[in-house]
Design a binder for this molecule. Structure first.
Ligand SMILES: O=C(O)CCC(=O)C(=O)O
Ligand SMILES: [Fe+2]
Length: 358
């Protein structure tokens, strides 16, 4: 069977760069971006709700550990997303990756196209999952790169001379994200009553895919969407905002809530793999990105996966006579294949998580 690194994970039809569209004087937003008809456009969020904030330093401190772990459990159960402060990731490595991301999207269209997605691969510069010429488009340019394991890298898609030292920055950044992911996964395991070491190890040896997003300003932000509502298929996802412009929204009890960027924090969200492992106790939340009228917003999203031997199934420790397994057991490859097979088809309206139910 193909290793996770060599699986063909879908492809995307090339579409115009949103940054190029937005750089011209725009009288109206092109039709393919307007969301008025399908309702997937950013209505005002509920400002009274606030995404939980967790402090890594307190999770590590014996004095506060129990309290913070309970907070983590509640956050994963009730929200599926939280902001993480007090982590030990080097501020300089994150800032450097933020600079390189902005510099990349600021390059000329000709240079960026050197790294454009190719047929049969999702990696590279472009947009994800455009499968038909009349599909609605997202107000977002992105570059998607597999960063860890190192042997899975397709360097042809990695910007080389410009931005200067982009590759070094992404190498350091992805390793920092791996460190945080395996540590936070250990705490998530503890909060669920599972073996922290086993899960941490699975993520230490796992895959890390990085997606850098650029959301250019839009003259009619309320009629477009940066990224449509979705749940991530990862184990967990780590997002850093390159500035202080809000854009990420999460669906909480039927309301879209903005996540206000906190300097030096990392947004952590539960992915579908951990929803399955937790047997549905934790939820992979629906989220999306709104865009704004004034400024480019940039985000860096790291999708964290366990190693290829990890079985994607409800943890046996959570199954007993009162709590039956809600999801099937799949190998890592079967799980990835079943997701990417679905992206090639037109949307049947069935959430991916529902296809995994027993
Ligand atoms: O940029 C954001 O705020 C959201 C990005 C996201 O959800 C994704 O890339 O999966
Ligand atoms: Fe996402």
């Amino acid at each position: 069977m193909a290793s996770p690194a060599t699986l063909n994970l879908g492809s995307s039809i090339p579409v115009p760069s949103v940054k190029e569209i937005a750089s011209q004087p725009l009288l109206a937003v092109p039709h393919r971006y307007l969301r008025d008809a399908d309702g997937d456009y950013p209505t005002a969020g509920d400002s009274s709700l606030q995404v939980p904030v967790l402090d890594m330093a307190r999770l590590l401190d014996p004095q506060f550990h129990e309290f913070e772990l309970q907070k983590l459990h509640d956050a994963c159960k009730n929200w599926g997303i939280f902001q993480l402060t007090g982590h030990e990731v080097c501020d300089e490595s994150v800032k450097s990756m933020h600079r390189k991301t902005e510099e990349f999207f600021d390059l000329s269209p000709e240079v960026k196209k050197l790294y454009a997605q190719k047929s049969g691969s999702l990696e590279g510069y472009g947009q994800a999952f455009v499968i038909s010429e009349d599909q609605k488009l997202e107000w977002c340019d992105m570059i998607f790169l597999k960063a860890i394991p190192v042997h899975a890298r397709k360097l042809e898609f990695w910007p080389e001379q410009q931005p200067h030292q982009f590759r070094e920055a992404l190498h350091a950044y992805s390793h920092d994200m791996r460190k945080i992911a395996s540590s936070i996964i250990g705490f998530i395991a503890m909060a669920l009553g599972l073996d922290a070491k086993t899960l941490s190890k699975a993520f230490e040896g796992g895959s890390y895919d990085v997606r850098m997003n650029c959301y250019p300003p839009c003259p009619e932000p309320e009629r477009v969407i940066g990224i449509s509502s979705h749940a991530d298929i990862s184990g967990i996802t780590l997002l850093t905002d390159c500035g202080d412009i809000p854009g990420l929204q999460v669906l909480k009890d039927g309301q879209w809530v903005f996540i206000e960027p906190i300097t030096n924090s990392i947004v952590v969200n539960v992915g579908i793999i951990m929803e399955v492992v937790s047997n549905g106790i934790y939820k992979a939340p629906y989220h999306r990105a709104a865009v704004n009228r004034k400024k480019d917003r940039f985000s860096i999203v790291t999708f964290c996966y366990p190693d290829g031997k990890f079985e994607i199934k409800p943890s046996e420790q959570l199954i007993n006579s009162e709590s039956v397994a809600l999801y099937k057991s799949l190998t890592y490859d079967e799980y990835m294949q079943s997701f990417y097979e679905r992206t090639k088809l037109s949307d049947d309206g069935i959430p991916f998580i529902d296809t995994l139910k027993v």
